[in-house]
Design a protein around this ligand. Sequence first.
Ligand code: PXG
Length: 458
Amino acid sequence: MSRLSTAELQRLDAAHYLHPFTDSRQLAAKGARVITQAEGVWLTDSDGHRILDGMAGLWCVALGYGRRELAEAAYRQMLELPYYNSFFQCAHPPAIELAQRLTEVTPPQFRHVFFTGSGSEANDTMVRLVRRYWQLREEPGRNVIVGRWNGYHGSTVAGASLGGMKPMHEQGGLPIPGIVHVNQPYWFENGGELSPAEFGLRAARELADRIEEIGPRRIAAFIGEPVQGAGGVIIPPDTYWPEIQRICDHYGILLVSDEVICGFGRTGQWFGCEHFGTRPDLMPIAKAMSSGYLPIGGLMVADRVADVLIDKGGEFTHGFTYSGHPAACAVSVACIDILRREKIVERVRDELAGYFAARWRTLAAHPLVGEVRTLGLLGALELVPAKPDRRFFANRGDVGTVCRDLCVANGVISRAVRDTMIVAPPLVITPAEIDELVARVGRALDLTAHHIAKEQWH
Ligand code: PXG
């Protein structure tokens, strides 16, 4: 444990550390919250406060903190072989074992994986691999990939381009050529008078319209998260994904299901595509793949694509120093083994999802809450000034920020996306801890309502 005081840590942090997605000047004035330890679903900060981690870190710590088996897997592997690469016709046991494990838990079309160090790298790999695939199919003109506005696929140049976060694009030169976007299936904001089912179909059909507009023989792939995570836990209507699948099949384009958040049990199925019934050709994975204990990601490649790449492709000129890092692979193998042995995915599906939905839905009674969404262990609350109107506060984002800070002050981490409060707790959370999570978020909502009344926000 660090012997530096909180004030000293904050001073050094402000002096030297550029944080991701952070206004450094604002943070320096306030001081970073320094997390020093964690166990189960509970974080401890440098002042000794215990905080319930309603976000599983950044959606990744599926197995909770303090799992010795994961730490020991890394330790043992580091002593045995801390690093070797898989370039130049080499391999090592943990990467081979992990590749095999992954094909056991992913849908049957997947028998190959390309390892990366993160979800962003998985998506960059996807862009290169998809374009190579269409070259090999002798349709090099098919190089356009369709993503969605408000989707999130990472922070690298290709990842941020695939995503539809306008503030990211605005900071320079993005998206790169050959990446276009369609609207997201966000009924609460964009559904108007349509029923969710009608809106889901309409949103999906925008893909067909865009394909026709650009030219069907120019479209290589469509990418979407089964549920948009960073965009605000946007759970599409049930009509959406089957129609997307139909359109991809009709035009013969590849379907990419970005499972970086939804993968490994988050929705109550191993992968989000299994909940929505799609058959993706490619699946970027990361986060819960190692429960966040070490950085690792990958791209699952379906036979339809892998066969072309392997039979006709020769060398695929792509890879990272840390593709298939031995220690990260060993941790991921241990993580998958625990998920299977302890039947954690089944427990989310059969027990926790229903309990969490029932408890989270009690917050619908709160005057600020205009909509409650849940799927598996994903939850969202839309904060609105005047329910039942689906209208947002005038200064979008201010209420969410206040509520997020009040959540932390009340001992729970919930993320604010604009004025949408979201949670994605570790999959090992207990029903009693779910009660605690909901109670703490409920208290934060009450305090947020007071703040809004005092400030006269509307
Ligand atoms: N795809 C999806 C669907 C993601 O959610 C990435 C790719 C990129 O993964 P890496 O490992 O490169 O970060 C992500 C990451 C947030 C938040 O605040 C979400 C992510 C990352 C950081 C913050 O919700 N998702």
